[in-house]
Design a protein around this ligand. Structure first.
Ligand SMILES: [Cu+2]
Length: 133
């Protein structure tokens, strides 16, 4: 093999390693509801977005007005039942997604039944997802 050919192969491999590495390591951060924040009628914001395990959701809202409860399962999300869930209430909560179903509701008053909830099915953070980036 010529030296030039070896260098080309080597360069390609280095490029691929850096490319794959950067895609695996970098998790995305999402501001829930974008500029509206975590609010009533936020439901649907999560549609048509691709989420992966280890991505981070940031819930921004006036402290004391709302909260965020990571519900235990899809049923908790569907019927707005926070039982057994993990509550956050700082007004600026960062929560890392786990692979599979991730449901979040506001358990204040009737906010959840009025649309203050999201459900995300996070894909595995793996090389198979590279082409979707
Ligand atoms: Cu609320």
């Amino acid at each position: 093999m010529s030296k030039a050919k070896v260098m080309t192969i080597f360069g390609t491999m280095v490029f691929l390693c850096i490319f794959i590495q950067s895609n695996i390591v970098s998790a995305d951060t999402f501001i829930v509801g974008d500029s509206n924040g975590w609010n009533i009628n936020v439901s649907g914001w999560e549609n048509s977005k691709i989420f992966r395990a280890e991505d981070v959701l940031v819930f921004k809202y006036p402290k004391g007005v709302h909260n965020v409860v990571k519900v235990v399962d899809r049923h908790g999300y569907t019927v707005c039942d926070p039982t057994g869930g993990e509550e956050y209430n700082s007004g600026n909560d960062s929560i890392t997604l786990k692979e599979g179903g991730n449901g979040f509701i506001c358990s204040v008053g009737s906010h959840c039944t009025r649309g203050m909830k999201i459900f995300i099915d996070a894909e595995a953070d793996s090389i198979e997802n590279l082409e979707k980036k």
